[in-house]
Design a protein around this ligand. Structure first.
Ligand SMILES: NC(=O)C1=CN([C@@H]2O[C@H](COP(=O)(O)OP(=O)(O)OC[C@H]3O[C@@H](n4cnc5c(N)ncnc54)[C@H](OP(=O)(O)O)[C@@H]3O)[C@@H](O)[C@H]2O)C=CC1
Ligand SMILES: N[C@@H](CC(=O)OP(=O)(O)O)C(=O)O
Length: 401
């Protein structure tokens, strides 16, 4: 991935020299499959346990998963026996140092709380804990600087005091050291990445309109029936508009270092209106964004916006530069008038770069532009993985033995 990968790969993974053992929760799903692929040859982590529903448990992974990504199931993973998402002595899950969650939201609350109470840090894609006051909501190329203070605050409080009420079946042997980190909704991801440098440079945004064109892979597998989505646009995605209108306030808020609680000092008055559409694209969420800056004295020009976005280096740069999944460029500004396009731009930076184009003046607000984000990479598994790399580099993820 980035040029930093050489440095990171050369570093010893732990004091004992081994890679950290990773569990994938929801390993058989759309996001779970991405996790397996991204972790196939990772310098810090190795897939040790694949976990899913009782429907899949007990089967070899290759049989349980309906593999939908290009290429085969990564070597060594197809014969792993799928386990239930319960930490019991003797299970491979119990031996893991970190868990990545691509769980269906109907089960994520109780399962993720159970795993955190068992002492295993959880990096989750599910929506369930995103707005929890003690859990960081981190888009790694937008607000990775919030991760360490929020995780330290969770560790100080103890997972038991935060998550015990959410675990309907707590682990038989609870352990200290568990915590939770979430990443955002896949449409919110690309939005947050471009807002961070714009707000840091030009000040708060007070009004914003976002219209999405979202890929079918965002709906999981099997997702929408082909007769609904082929040759069609569906102007409704349940719950999505609300997430786009709320999650950016938390991501762009500030951490109060004393309590680890987020305060929304800077973006509390940002008004966001979202309209979400499902389109017949396989991967890649496109956003049409119009925005207005609060400071009316110095409204930036499209050229100034393009320069700031193209030059953006996300914080904390010294940490991210040691993370193998951090793209060389968090944002790519496309100069062609007809870009970004999902098929041509979604894989930029191995799916971790947000492509921006069509930056122009808006007759209603100040500026309008188009973003494109790979929804199952940067929008999901890739963000979780990069968040875990950030935690690892900052000494917050270690071997548990
Ligand atoms: N797809 C995307 O672009 C994005 C998805 N997300 C979020 O990530 C999560 C996963 O999404 P996605 O991969 O698309 O969903 P899928 O429907 O493709 O996969 C869901 C996974 O959850 C597992 N699961 C379902 N029920 C249970 C259960 N009772 N116990 C344990 N495991 C269970 C499934 O296992 P089994 O195969 O055994 O049923 C499967 O592995 C969701 O919360 C989603 O909202 C977030 C951002 C983007
Ligand atoms: N709803 C998103 C995917 C998703 O699962 O989002 P969330 O994790 O916020 O529920 C989409 O359809 O593209």
């Amino acid at each position: 991935m980035s040029t930093a990968s050489t440095t990171a790969a050369a570093a010893p993974a732990t004091p004992s020299g081994r890679k950290l053992k990773a569990a994938i929760l929801g390993a058989t799903g759309t996001v779970g499959q991405r996790f397996l692929t991204l972790l196939a040859a990772h310098p810090f982590f190795t897939v040790h346990a694949v976990c899913a529903s009782p429907r899949s448990a007990g089967k070899p992974y290759a049989e349980a998963a309906n593999w939908k990504l290009a290429g085969d199931v990564p070597e060594g993973m197809s014969s792993l026996i799928v386990e239930p998402c319960t930490v019991v002595p003797g299970s491979r899950l119990a031996e893991c140092d970190v868990a990545f969650s691509g769980l269906d939201s109907s089960v994520a609350t109780e399962v993720e709380a159970h795993i955190a109470l068992a002492g295993i840090p959880v990096f989750s894609n599910a929506k369930n804990f995103r707005m929890h006051p003690h859990v960081p909501l981190v888009v790694p190329t937008a607000n990775a600087d919030q991760l360490a203070p929020m995780v330290r605050a969770q560790l100080d409080r103890g997972a038991n005091s935060i998550f015990a009420k959410d675990a309907t079946s707590p682990p038989a042997q609870p352990k200290a050291g568990g915590y939770m980190v979430t990443n955002s909704n896949c449409s919110t991801t690309g939005l947050a990445v471009i807002l961070r440098p714009l707000i840091d440079t030009f000040g708060p945004i007070d009004q914003m309109s976002v219209v999405t064109l979202q890929a079918v892979s965002g709906a999981g597998y099997p997702g929408l029936p082909v007769l609904d989505v082929f040759d069609n646009v569906v102007p409704y995605i349940g719950g999505e508009e609300d997430k786009l209108e709320t999650e950016p306030h938390k991501i762009l808020g500030k951490v109060d270092a004393a309590t680890g609680k987020l305060t929304h000092i800077h973006q509390s008055d940002m008004k966001v209106t979202a309209a979400c559409n499902r389109v017949p694209v396989l991967d890649g969420h496109t956003l049409n964004i119009s925005l207005r800056f609060k400071n009316r004295d110095a409204v930036p020009t499209p050229d100034q916006i393009a320069s700031v976005l193209a030059a953006y280096t996300p914080p904390p740069a010294d940490v991210l530069s040691k993370c193998p999944s951090c793209p060389a460029h968090a944002i790519h500004v496309a100069s062609q008038p007809d870009r970004p396009q999902p098929r041509l731009d979604r894989d930029r930076g191995q799916g971790m770069t947000v492509t921006v184009g069509r930056i122009r003046e808006c007759a209603l607000l100040d500026i309008k532009l188009v973003t494109l984000t790979h929804n199952t990479v940067l929008g999901a598994a890739g963000s979780s993985l990069l968040n875990a790399e950030v935690a690892y580099v900052q000494g917050l993820l270690k071997a548990r033995d």
